[in-house]
Design a protein around this ligand. Structure first.
Ligand SMILES: *Cc1c(COP(=O)(O)O)cnc(C)c1O
Length: 436
């Protein structure tokens, strides 16, 4: 299987190059040359397969013959060893819980798959692989957990000082071993720029065998397409007597990797009625969809911090999917943005009226679902609940009251561990110095 750059359709690389290099030298993003529709044999069985089998068949279709079947099956089975259940909120709205992995956010799907795929692709290499990753909250924890103690890898995580919750910070600063954290005196966009600058320095990238674990890496996106299929079949199970139902996916978005994974699923043949991109006040994409002008700006801090992105890194991929055509993109994707005040109110309403504890990111999604269903009353929405509410305990407790949020043990146990991070200025040179 081959990949091209969004900046140069003639540039072609193989799977290993796309996954390990992450980013083409021309500053574009890697895209698969073609995404084939899933075969009839898949659609005959997809409703009853296990989740990891479903993932395997989707991955096999995506990678074609680039990885032997038995190896690919093992990678998917090891990575996707937890569920993504659909929880009905009302007759026509549903929550897809994506937080049942080890670090309680959907990032576990991508990070766990990518870590295993990278280890597989480099198993015969001698050089240590250095994984550089910028995080707005959940990526760092998922990547740290996925790569911890993986032989031949070293992970450096950049995160904005004060920009992530306490428990999120503990997830990236307490593992030690092959995992290091740089606390950047700047925003997430600064972190992202610093990582990108290191990659674009080809000598540096070569010297340290740099790879990226951000959603610019195509191997993180693919496993996220698995749960779109899984969600759709659970929706069909819920409405056994209406087999023609097609889901409307409402996706709380920051870098738009999750949404791009939905587009991959759609290209493989999944029937989707509409994608609704839900953002906080960092609304470059909703504004683009409304007006046709794409104007990246500095990000603004909000209570849904994992979506505080002013220059979404997957936007180029989304445009590419729609042949750079604004009209086509807005027919398929709608955008809605909400303030922190609305989000806080939504957290309370969803708890009081529907009995569900929703995190700030999911709450932005719920708001979008409510507005969307006014425009399309017969739609059935699936709101992606991208993280467990306990990851944002301060915000949650201020809305729902202290002591009302259950913290799963795998997160609670981090509270007493000591944070180890190096404080740095928002300058790529700091990363270069740290690399040594
Ligand atoms: C990363 C993240 C998002 C944003 O996902 P993108 O793929 O960057 O759009 C939303 N919510 C949570 C909780 C996240 O961790």
């Amino acid at each position: 299987m081959q990949f091209y750059s969004t900046n140069n359709p003639d540039l072609r690389v193989d799977l290993k190059e796309a996954v390990i290099r992450s980013l083409p030298a021309d500053n574009g993003l890697y895209m698969p040359v073609s995404i084939s529709p899933l075969p009839d044999s898949f659609w005959e069985n997809w409703r009853t397969m296990s989740f990891s089998d479903l993932g395997f068949h989707v991955a096999k279709n995506f990678f074609q013959d680039a990885i032997p079947e038995a190896d690919l099956k093992k990678i998917v089975q090891d990575a996707i060893n937890f569920d993504a259940p659909l929880v009905p909120l009302t007759e026509s709205s549903n929550i897809l819980e994506l937080f049942h992995g080890p670090t309680l956010a959907f990032k576990d799907f991508g990070a766990r798959f990518m870590a295993r795929l990278m280890a597989y692709l480099t198993k015969d290499d001698t050089d240590e692989l250095t994984v550089l990753v910028a995080t707005s909250g959940d990526t760092g924890g998922a990547v740290a957990s996925a790569f911890h103690n993986v032989a031949g890898t070293r992970v450096i995580i950049l995160y904005p000082k004060g920009g992530v919750s306490d428990l999120q910070e503990k997830q990236l600063t307490t593992l030690g071993g092959n995992i290091s954290a740089l606390e950047v005196e700047g925003t997430f966009d600064d972190c992202q720029r610093m990582v990108k600058a290191c990659f674009l320095d080809t000598d540096l990238a070569k010297k340290h065998n740099l790879t990226s674990a951000n959603s610019i890496n195509i191997s993180r996106l693919l496993p996220q397409s698995f749960y779109y299929f899984h969600a759709a079949r659970q929706l069909l199970d819920k409405h056994e007597n209406t087999p023609e139902i097609e889901p409307t996916f409402v996706i709380p978005s920051g870098n738009f990797g999750n949404l791009t994974a939905g587009l991959i699923a759609q290209q493989m043949g999944l029937k989707v009625r509409q994608f609704v991109a839900a953002t906080n006040v960092n609304d470059v994409v909703p504004r683009y969809l409304a007006e046709g002008n794409y104007e990246p700006v500095d990000s603004i801090a909000t209570i849904s911090n994992a979506m505080d992105v002013g220059a979404p890194s997957n936007f180029a991929r989304m445009q590419n999917f729609f042949g750079d055509d604004w009209e086509t993109m807005r027919e398929n994707i709608s955008g809605l943005a909400f303030t922190d005040e609305e989000t806080r109110e939504a957290i309370k309403t969803v708890k009081d009226k529907l009995g569900y504890t929703i995190d700030p990111h999911g709450a932005v999604g719920w708001l979008a679902s409510e507005i969307w269903q006014q425009a399309d009353p017969s739609s059935h929405t699936i709101i992606l609940e991208t993280a467990h509410p306990s990851k944002f305990i301060d915000t949650m407790e201020s809305e729902l009251g202290a002591g009302n949020i259950e913290i799963p043990e795998r997160l609670a146990c981090l509270a007493d561990l000591e944070k180890v991070a190096k404080l740095v200025k928002p300058d790529p040179q700091e990363v270069i110095d740290f690399l040594g």
